[in-house]
Ligand binder design. Structure first.
Ligand code: ADP
Length: 153
């Protein structure tokens, strides 16, 4: 059984992430969305909210599961017996960043990273832009799945 983890902050999940996950399940038997917890980061949404948004989005897809982790992604993959990391690429900046991480992970382990190129319709979307729109009370709903709703926008 081929399993991949899709690690990220998902603060919050966007239609760009949804696209990568939906395409990932056509390549893997299971895609485990892994929410990384970094104590030095200030998140807009709590871990519970970020997890709930993703779980609700994929509640009808048994091939998608959601977990959270802290520490090194390579250690977490070893712990849960996963051999592939799924990542999305939007632009050259993503490529440069992801290249260094993937090569480091290969250096530290036998993990293989599989990259999917963003779809044209979602390539401009990022969680940071969504957060900015939410902060200024803009229409963020077109950029995220229906499960992402802000309580008091
Ligand atoms: P991180 O903090 O690890 O960058 P993100 O939640 O921002 O976490 O992103 C997780 C993964 O999703 C990364 O591989 C990122 O490149 C990818 N991703 C984010 N937005 C998009 C998008 N619009 N299209 C394709 N991939 C995306």
């Amino acid at each position: 059984m081929k399993k991949a983890i899709f690690p990220g902050s998902f603060d919050p999940i966007t239609l760009g992430h949804v696209d990568i996950i939906n395409r990932g399940v056509t390549l893997f038997d299971e895609v485990i969305v892994a929410i990384g917890e970094n104590s030095s980061k200030n998140y807009m949404f709590s871990l519970e909210e970020r997890k709930r948004f993703i779980e609700n989005t994929f509640k009808d897809n048994p091939k998608v599961s959601v977990v959270s982790y802290s520490g090194l992604t390579t250690d977490f993959c070893k712990e849960i017996g996963v051999e592939f990391i799924l990542r999305g690429l939007r632009n050259p900046a993503d490529f440069e960043f992801e290249k260094a991480i993937a090569q480091t992970n290969r250096h530290l382990s036998t993990l293989e990273t599989v990259f999917l190129l963003t779809s044209a319709q979602t390539s401009f979307i990022s969680s940071s832009i969504v957060r900015e729109i939410i902060r200024f009370d803009g229409d963020y709903q077109k950029l995220v799945p229906n499960s992402v709703r802000v309580k008091n926008p």
